[in-house]
Design a protein around this ligand. Structure first.
Ligand code: LMR
Length: 336
């Protein structure tokens, strides 16, 4: 009911056949997991030219799935067609790192992709289009997109750290043997990279109708300060090692969660993590896309304020900010 104002044209870019996230994501969107069971959607899927035929195969599959909420499918290799009229853009495509490539080489490829897509979104997307960047380096790709789409409000450009947030909930749930739905308010601070800081200082779990801080439930501070943090930080790499492919279903599922909560709101007393343009909250420099705890209402996110930050957290929050500052200057050097 809340979503009737949305036309809900959704653009998913790109390389569905190389990148499994897109292939996992489109049926989730078309089944209502992103915008709810009452919101019809029109999917725009963008891919690169060599993948055009495979992309058309995905369109055929979507037709074959006879999905009641799916009101249209655009499968295209034309960025303008992909972006025209979209209310929500999920950017899953990026240039993958190949053997022998330096970080800077990957960054320069991605920076130019995001620059081009920023211009297409700016000119052709619906007014107030919400953008979620998933492809790595997600925070910095989002920042480049923001720079090259100055007419899109900066509040509308975000990156995915809900995957890390959900991973942190999952680790706590496994440790305590509590259902993941009963754990809340973990925080991912900073970059979607191995410097991110998964923070449980304000997280709680509900058992027998009683809400208790995680810090009290996990008797072992040592685990929370070491293994928990590194497991979440390294989870993407662990998935790649196990699957020989990067995470796809969990990335797609958390991308749905991100947009769902952003558009439809977070429940009372609960926050989520989103990579957003820093306004200087918690002493994080403005001009970075940094993951913060946020609540959402009426399609707008707000950073949760006034959380107490101890020395341990401060150091970790600053370290991940420092990495983002370095990425930002590397990205700019690739542009110039
Ligand atoms: C993930 O967190 O699973 C991915 O960002 C990992 C990667 O490098 O593709």
């Amino acid at each position: 009911a809340h979503t009737s104002y949305l036309r809900a044209d959704i653009s998913v870019s790109k390389s569905l056949y190389r990148c499994q996230i897109g292939y996992a994501l489109v049926p989730m969107i078309a089944r209502g997991e992103m915008l709810g069971p009452d919101q019809p959607v029109i999917l725009h899927m963008l891919d690169i030219e060599p993948a055009a035929e495979a992309l058309n195969g995905v369109k055929m599959e979507l037709i074959d799935a006879a999905l009641p909420l799916l009101k249209g499918v655009v499968a295209t290799t034309n960025v303008v067609e992909a972006c025209t009229g979209v209310d929500i853009a999920v950017m899953v495509g990026g240039f993958p790192r190949k053997e022998g490539m330096e970080r800077k080489d990957v960054m320069s490829k991605n920076v130019s992709i995001y620059k081009a897509q920023a211009s297409a979104l700016e000119e052709h997307a619906a007014e107030n289009c919400k953008v979620l960047v998933v492809a790595n380096p997600a925070n910095t790709n989002a920042l480049i997109l923001k720079e090259y789409a100055p007419s899109i409000p900066e509040k509308n450009i975000t990156c995915l750290t809900r995957l890390d947030h959900n991973r942190a909930l999952g680790q706590v749930s496994e440790k305590l043997d509590i259902h993941v739905g009963n754990v809340k308010n973990v925080i991912i601070w900073g970059n979607h990279s191995s410097t991110q800081y998964p923070d449980v200082n304000h997280a709680t779990a509900t058992t027998d109708l009683k809400e208790t801080p995680i810090k009290e439930l996990v008797s072992n501070d040592q685990w929370l300060n070491t293994e928990f943090i590194t497991t979440v930080q390294q989870r993407g790499a662990a998935i790649i090692k196990a699957r020989k492919l990067s995470s796809a279903l969990s990335a797609a599922s958390s991308a749905c969660d991100h947009i769902h909560d952003w558009v439809l709101g977070t429940p009372k007393g609960k926050w989520v993590s989103m990579g957003v343009y820093s306004d200087g909250s918690y002493g994080i420099p403005e001009g970075l896309v940094y993951s913060f705890p946020v609540t959402c209402d009426k399609g707008e996110w707000s950073i949760v304020q006034s959380l107490k930050i101890d020395e341990f957290s401060r150091a970790k929050m600053d370290a991940t900010a420092k990495e983002l500052i370095e990425e930002k200057s590397l990205a700019y050097s690739c542009l110039n």
